[in-house]
Design a protein around this ligand. Structure first.
Ligand code: TGC
Ligand code: FAD
Length: 392
């Protein structure tokens, strides 16, 4: 892959909306991605392997629990800093951002919000430092968009719970030490359980042959009569709203992350359009290429404004789940369209690993599907504005 010459677009001077701390956090993440991710990520994506050596660096830039209080090892940052870190990481690769999203919003968040003090003390500092990696088991082979139908279940055996079932498409599963697993009790109520690698009957086979998110490890979680200690149940929230509450936080991070992927594709195509000569002039001089670039920067700028505003609402505790759905859906769609147009602007070079665009393009096929598909988020917005539920 070529040297990373990324220059972030800021067409509406959005930096003026950021505090010094936001810029400091973002610039540190940006430099780290240039130094540690860009030079290696194409190889790891080609090999379909997660680069384990970047775990410590992710912890150092605050990517594991950016908004978790410092007393538990988190970075204690606000929601805009969290978003900016996700933006920068996904500018490097969506799969790397996935690992950070899952660790922060789908593992640390439920332990922090729904766990007791012993669980917080036991797990959060090790997750924040990257000593332990976590995963989040909600999706099942027969229950993806409708997680409420899950069949994974546990029975109260007196001194422990007995867990049975299977989860599918789980990011980080093949190497995670800790899994936050959503399962039904004997009354059909959904609870979160912390399952640890090494518990008898718990296996995590890897999912192979992905054309997307190749630098992120995906796998299954299989529970065959797993004895889970009673102290591993998250006591402070149950019902489908518990896992969906974690998704709010992760979807918000993805909304920022998608901007990062889009910025990288735009910046690459812009640079290429000035360097590539056809018919005796740079291709950027042709109106059709300028149309593509003009539309890209317009869409990026709109997404930046939407997402910054969402961050302000989240900092004030006012963002609704439906507002988060709108940003996730809009921004991922924006990024996937920009990746596609940018790839065309590079002609044949666009399909190679010399440039990041094709990798972003393929990654975004997962991002537009996970954490609620494009159509599910459209239906959430539809339900919000009409008051009519298309899912029932
Ligand atoms: P519904 O009856 O509407 O709701 C059940 C309960 O949940 C509450 N609720 C929420 N709470 C917090 N945050 C949200 N976003 C919430 N949305 C709903 C709701 O108020 C209700 O509470 P209560 O107290 O009344 O019981 O549920 P439904 O079964 O009709 O389904 C609704 C639907 C389709 C919107 C939802 O299930 C959904 O979002 N489906 C998409 C599934 C999904 O996003 N899965 C993601 C799996 S994790 C993942 O993909 C990680 S990828 C990681 C990475 O690598 O980055
Ligand atoms: P389905 O739910 O079967 O949907 C198939 C199609 O039907 C979609 O187009 C969908 O939009 C459409 N559809 C479904 N219901 C409706 C409806 N009511 N109206 C209209 N259209 C509808 N899950 C986890 O729990 N943890 C993870 O860490 C995780 N990581 C993932 C990593 C990757 C790389 C991928 C690809 C997925 C991951 N997922 C994870 C799973 C992801 O959340 C699901 O794939 C997603 O929620 C969609 O579920 P599904 O694949 O079963 O599709």
């Amino acid at each position: 892959m070529r040297p990373d010459l990324f220059e972030a677009p800021d067409y509406y001077n959005l930096d003026e909306l950021l505090t010094d701390e936001h810029k400091l956090v973002r610039d540190a993440a940006r430099e780290w991605v240039k130094r540690e991710v860009s030079p290696i990520i194409e190889d790891y994506a080609q090999k379909a392997e997660f680069p384990m050596q970047i775990i410590n660096g992710l912890a150092e830039i605050g990517a594991f629990g950016p908004y978790i209080p410092m007393e538990y090892g988190g970075a204690g940052l606000d929601q805009i800093s969290y978003g900016l870190i996700m933006q920068e990481i996904e500018r490097g690769d969506s799969g790397v951002r996935s690992t950070a999203s899952v660790q922060s919003s789908l593992v640390m968040y439920p332990i922090w919000k729904y766990g007791n003090e012993e669980q917080r003390q036991k797990y959060l500092p090790k997750l924040a430092s990257g000593e332990w990696i976590g995963c989040f088991g909600l999706t099942e082979p027969d229950h993806g968009s409708n997680p409420g139908g899950m069949v994974t279940n546990f029975k109260d055996m007196g001194d422990h719970y007995l867990l049975n079932g299977a989860k599918m498409w789980i990011s980080n599963a093949p190497f995670a030490q800790v899994a936050v697993v959503w399962a039904k009790d004997e009354t059909g109520r959904i609870h979160g359980l912390i399952v640890e690698r090494g518990m008898e009957g718990f296996t995590t086979p890897e999912t192979h042959n992905k054309w997307s998110l190749r630098a992120s490890a995906t796998g299954e979680l299989i529970f065959d009569n797993v004895k889970v200690p009673k102290e591993n149940l998250l006591p402070n929230k149950s019902g489908l709203g518990a896992p969906l509450g974690c998704l709010d936080s992760a979807r918000y991070g993805i909304a920022w992350g998608a901007i990062g992927a889009a910025m990288d594709c735009y910046d690459t195509a812009l640079r290429y359009s000035k360097e590539r000569i056809q018919f005796g002039k740079p291709i950027g001089q042709f109106q059709l290429q300028q149309k593509k670039l003009a539309e890209m920067i317009t869409e990026i700028t709109k997404a930046q404004l939407l997402t910054w505003r969402l961050g302000v609402l989240r900092n004030d505790g006012k963002a609704t789940s439906a507002q988060i759905s709108m940003a996730k859906r809009n921004n991922v769609d924006m990024a996937i369209n920009i990746a596609r147009e940018a790839r065309q602007m590079l002609g044949g070079m666009g399909i190679t690993g010399e440039y990041s665009i094709m990798r972003h393009s393929m990654n975004l096929e997962s991002v537009i599907t996970y954490e609620g598909t494009h159509d599910i988020h459209l239906l959430i917005t539809g339900m919000d504005v009409t008051g009519l539920n298309a899912f029932k």
